[in-house]
Design a protein around this ligand. Structure first.
Ligand code: CA
Length: 418
């Protein structure tokens, strides 16, 4: 599929994340505009609240876009999602007859502050990357028992906290927690020493369900995707996770990128999940290609220094798709809501430079990484700035996600000081 040209010239650059083929949804404000819905096009943002107020976009009786979240559009369902995408394409395409109406509603992205693009209803995080699960399992249980016995049969996950999901650019404070070093007989309450990132994709549920749904229905219910960094305190996790899984280790923060890239924009980039070692039960079988070919990378910049790319991988490396995860999530009758966020699990490829966490890149701290600056890292240090990027690559264009960044602040001296 080729580039669809836009009259917004910057959208036609081959290296723009936001060509007309993309049209991702975010929330922005400026010095003069309150936070509201916006659509990225090249290096501009279309003010959707104003476009709706002027009747240029007119999908529903009640306004959808004068609020700082996209949940109300999601609530309208797939027919309205498609109508909006078609209308935006008409308004922004080269030769559009309404260009003169739309042009005054474009705000330079450089002048816009970006906010959370949705109200996250609930957050669930999965563990669906085979290379990641194998690496972590090998470190903790040995290569023979790397994958838990259930792993090749269900996409395992845990219920996280919507309250801890933050938008890209939010600083991340190193947490305190209860740790139990192998060298000490008793646990201690200390700042985390093995703070890490996890490169993931987040899928956003756009249609509610109340009871089991098929994988095809789950795929149809997904509204879009974001980059997701699931900050992880490995030393807190090692002590607390037995037997109920991660809790405080994953509750400090999870960062997401500010632009929701819609499932519609990603359609040309669908790929199959990998070959199955065991046939999945019928209710979890793919009914078509449900992963996406999205190139992903991580950079790390020590405080005041340049960034080094520490990993490159691809979303197509996952063993389970978001649709399979959503279908599994609903099997028990668990109600799923508009605005639910599903983390894919850490995305790692088969080789060392494709590993999506420092736990894997430094092999549990035993193999420090050397950055381009000459600094070395096992886990994150205070002042480190982490940036996730991602894009699907078309013929002369890219459907990009922008970036998902976070900078590590030092732990508080006294976390209970008032
Ligand atoms: Ca995770």
């Amino acid at each position: 599929m080729p580039l669809t040209p836009s009259w917004v010239a910057s959208a036609n650059d081959a290296d723009s994340d936001f060509p007309l083929n993309n049209l991702p949804y975010g929330v922005f404000s400026t010095d003069t505009l309150d936070a509201r819905c916006g659509v990225a096009i090249g290096d501009m943002v279309l003010d959707m609240a104003e476009a709706e107020a002027q009747g240029i976009i007119d999908l529903t009786d009640e306004p959808l876009f004068d609020v700082p979240f996209w949940n109300e559009l999601m609530e309208q369902g797939p027919a309205v999602w498609t109508a909006l995408r078609n209308r935006l394409t008409d308004l922004l395409a080269e030769g559009a007859k309404d260009r003169a109406l739309v042009e005054p509603l474009l705000v330079p992205m450089a002048d816009a502050a970006l906010h959370m693009p949705l109200v996250v209803s609930e957050f669930t995080d999965f563990y669906a990357g085979r290379h990641h699960a194998t690496n972590v399992g090998t470190m903790f249980r040995g290569a023979e028992n790397a994958l838990p016995p259930n792993w090749l049969h269900i996409p395992i996950g845990y219920n996280g906290r919507a309250s801890s999901v933050v938008v890209s650019g939010t600083d991340i404070r190193r947490p305190w927690g209860q740790l139990k070093s192998p060298d000490h007989a008793t646990p201690a309450f200390l700042p985390c020493r093995r703070f890490d990132l996890e490169l993931e994709m987040g899928a956003i549920v756009g249609m509610a369900s109340d009871g089991p749904i098929t994988v095809a229905e789950a795929d149809a219910a997904i509204f879009g995707y974001v980059l997701l960094n699931d900050w992880s305190a490995r030393d807190i996790q090692a002590w607390e996770y037995q037997p109920l899984g991660p809790f405080q280790a994953k509750a400090t923060a999870t960062s997401i990128s500010p632009w929701i890239v819609t499932k519609a924009a990603l359609e040309p980039f669908r790929t199959d999940t990998p070959a199955r070692e065991f046939e999945l039960l019928d209710h979890l079988k793919d009914s078509g290609p449900m992963l996406y070919d999205i190139a992903l990378d991580i950079t790390l910049a020590p405080q005041g220094k340049t960034a080094t790319t520490i990993a490159r991988t691809n979303y197509s490396q996952m063993y389970y798709s978001a649709a399979q995860q959503l279908a599994h999530h609903a099997t028990s009758g668990c109600p799923m809501n508009v605005g639910d966020l599903l983390g894919s699990g850490t995305i790692s490829g088969p080789t060392k430079p494709e590993r999506g966490s420092l736990l894997e890149l430094s092999w549990g701290g035993k193999e420090p990484l050397t950055l381009d600056t000459g600094d070395t890292r096992t886990f994150l240090e205070d002042g480190d700035r982490l940036t996730l990027s991602g894009a699907a690559h078309g013929d002369g264009y890219r459907v990009g996600f922008g970036t998902c960044t976070g900078t590590i602040l030092p732990a508080l001296t006294d976390p209970f000081a008032r």
